[in-house]
Design a protein around this ligand. Sequence first.
Ligand code: PAF
Length: 305
Amino acid sequence: MAIKLVTTAAELRAEGARLLKEKGGSSLGFVPTMGALHSGHATLARTAVAANDVTAASIFVNPLQFGDAVDLDRYPRTLEADMDLLDAEGVDLVFAPSVEEVYPDGQPLVRVTSGPLGEKWEGASRPGHFDGALTVVAKLLHYALPIGGLPAGSAADGGAAAYRAYFGQKDAQQLALVRRMVADLNFPVEIVAVPTVRAEDGLALSSRNRFLSAEEREAALVLSRALRLLEQRADAHEPLDLPSAVELVRSQPLVELDYFDVVDPRTLEPLAENCQDTPFRGEGLAIIAAKVGPVRLIDNIPLNS
Ligand code: PAF
């Protein structure tokens, strides 16, 4: 196995700098994860490896973003399989810190607040989730910041390596919030969005899919079907007729719809006037969340016309 595992921030810095020097590199790609990796994460890692001289990933189940201790305990921990997957994609370095390493003083007193953008949609049913996620993303991005130890003749000339962090489009609200945090607080990192990876039948890959029974998994397909319906209408410059797509989802008895709307991809504000009976124009994001059996699923699809 070529990949290296480190567990402290100091090791991550030292090893990242050493690898950049060894490879004469001038770019660092960083892929933050909570582990339980699947092909969606493999695509994130592959995209980062293809664009950067050195790629690091983190695996950390962040207690701050779980509202419920049971959910936190239930979250799968599969470090060995995760390392194999990341190694196969060519990732150089994995940072898998303990909770004490990340939060040495217990719960942090000062946190990133996600504001109104973090209170709607997913934030409405998971209060505090995005504050917790943004706080750890801020910390992780700082840990991996490629400063110091850079080789002369490459990035060191300009003072720093290019620094890119990779996030899945599947978690559209998290992506929008990370982009805002990085812009609003001047983080020196480029955020790269990687398109959602789907199973052949259309289901968006998620670590939670493993908790679906066969019957629930079949029922869950209505989410991607309804999104595709909107995509087809947008592509055909037809009215989106969101209510009929909502009806399709509601017709599936095992699916309890939470929200389904078309929003601005940056602000996540509804594009209400674009959803009814006039042809769809411009750029939007169709977002959906539903409970299928015990599992809450989210999905989205970009719309362009
Ligand atoms: O998307 C995730 O896996 C997590 O929210 C992240 C970005 C790794 C922060 O814990």
